[in-house]
Design a protein around this ligand. Structure first.
Ligand SMILES: [Fe+2]
Ligand SMILES: [Fe+2]
Length: 328
């Protein structure tokens, strides 16, 4: 497993090959292959030096391969690099792809049962019906359980959507406790439904990536279509409630430039936007810290989506302070 590798470890295992790039050296003849080898525990850089030009096309198509070589370098940021001596394509039929995709550390069945118990707590008949029309369908529930929340930034792994959703729900419960003016049933329903379109926005069978539908429509439009279809199949869903559901869904990214065609114009919508934003940003931050855990610097590398580096000594300082207080 990738997580078990360290400097000088021998490698002889099946990995997913990612980000393949072929670079021609200055002599204009020799070609080197740069890529990443990955499994569910992580990924590292790998280099296959001097590949013959007639192999480039074939190597470029390989998804899974038995990789032999060893870890030859540990970079300043703590990441490892492997030099590969042999690369043999593996028949994908024999593989359990879930071994090669990054996974949530949470128990996904427990996350789903939390979502089911939230659905059961909804008192409003129409909202509960709407939720059940999705989650009582085992095919939908299975896709929802496994979907990632993103391809990068926050929860980009199997189970990420369920993890993100249950956290947004928890934040919304707190908001609802503080602001009694907000209808709790409606806010929780929308927290559960707000990102359901991600089950179609992303592919997460072999690799986590955008689907064509995801690239062309995005999850807000996909979710709207999914909800519209359910509501059409019910003959008693009130029209005004339907508009509120759709408005809250469409406005949950809060700004036109983040993909919302409407700005939040009802209480529950503004609350959901901030709950979602808070959850995605804090989880994204935690993700950056996780990626930098072996980086022996005070500041992380530049994080493009935050437009800043983040300070990595936080825990060490706060932990020392707590110990000092205990000793006093
Ligand atoms: Fe979203
Ligand atoms: Fe979200």
């Amino acid at each position: 497993m990738i997580a078990g590798l360290s400097l000088n470890t021998q490698i002889n295992d099946i990995f997913l090959l990612k980000n393949k790039e072929f670079k021609v050296r200055r002599d204009k003849k020799t070609i080197d292959m740069f890529f990443k080898i990955a499994d569910k525990t992580g990924e590292i850089e790998a280099i296959n030096w001097d590949v013959s030009s007639d192999k480039v096309e074939e190597l470029g198509k390989i998804e899974f391969a038995r990789v032999q070589g060893h870890v030859t370098k540990k970079k300043i940021d703590g990441t490892l690099q492997a030099t590969v001596s042999s690369l043999t394509e593996t028949a994908t039929l024999d593989l359990d792809y879930s071994d090669y995709l990054p996974q949530s550390k949470e128990n996904l069945d427990e996350l789903m049962s939390k979502i089911f118990s939230k659905i059961n707590s909804i008192e409003n008949y129409h909202l509960k019906n709407l939720l059940k029309s999705f989650f009582d369908d085992p095919e939908f529930a299975e896709k929802f359980k496994r979907a990632p929340a993103a391809t990068k930034v926050h929860q980009p792994y199997i189970g990420g959507l369920a993890e993100h959703t249950i956290k947004v729900v928890a934040i919304c419960e707190t908001i609802g406790n503080i602001y009694k003016e907000i209808n709790r049933d409606f806010l929780i329903t929308m927290a559960i439904l707000h990102d359901i379109g991600k089950i179609r926005e992303y592919a997460y069978h072999k690799v986590i990536e955008h689907t064509d539908e995801g690239k062309l429509l995005g999850h807000i439009a996909i979710s709207l279509e999914m909800i519209d279809r359910k509501i059409r199949s019910m003959d008693d869903f009130p029209k005004d409630l339907e508009l509120m559901v759709k408005h809250t869904l469409l406005s949950h990214h809060g700004h036109f430039e983040f993909g919302s065609p409407r700005l939040p114009s009802i209480l529950a919508a503004i609350a959901l936007y901030y709950a979602d934003e808070l959850e995605a940003k804090v989880s994204g931050f935690i993700n950056v810290k996780e990626e930098n855990k072996d980086f022996n610097e005070k500041w992380s590398k530049w994080v493009w989506w935050l437009e800043r580096s983040i300070y990595l000594d936080e825990e060490a300082i706060l932990k020392n302070k707590i110990n000092e207080t205990e000793e006093e």
